[in-house]
Design a binder for this molecule. Structure first.
Ligand code: SF4
Length: 109
């Protein structure tokens, strides 16, 4: 599995994504049970509210080899400060609509 990771630009100010990298390398949480090797193709943010750049950034990571787009938990679960993205569902729908053959994982941990 080759993943492109999208994170919240607001959270990027404080969070170095350490837990995301750890659980991906240890195949825990959203990655539990995945047998194949997991390679991170890239990590980018949504581009800032309301997250419109997430689609083009996801597309770019697909161009560079990602077969799965993963939204970091800062977007859909509000980690680490308990503040979920108010645009999460719109972002997910737009990525799904624009990248129909690509698998989407909606959280990391
Ligand atoms: S759109 Fe959502 S994910 Fe992007 S910066 Fe704003 S709150 Fe964060």
């Amino acid at each position: 599995m080759k993943i492109g990771l999208i994170r919240c630009q607001q959270t990027e100010d404080m969070c170095p994504a350490t837990t995301d990298f750890k659980i991906i390398s240890e195949k825990k949480c959203a990655f539990e049970g995945i047998d194949e090797d997991i390679q991170i193709i890239g990590i980018n943010s949504c581009g800032g509210c309301p997250g419109k750049k997430a689609v083009t950034r996801a597309k770019e990571m697909v161009k560079r080899g990602a077969d799965t787009i993963v939204l970091a938990s800062c977007i859909t679960r509000g980690n680490p400060i308990g503040f979920t993205c108010p645009h999460a569902n719109t972002i997910i729908k737009a990525i799904k609509d624009n990248l129909k053959e690509i698998k989407i994982i909606e959280y990391t941990h």
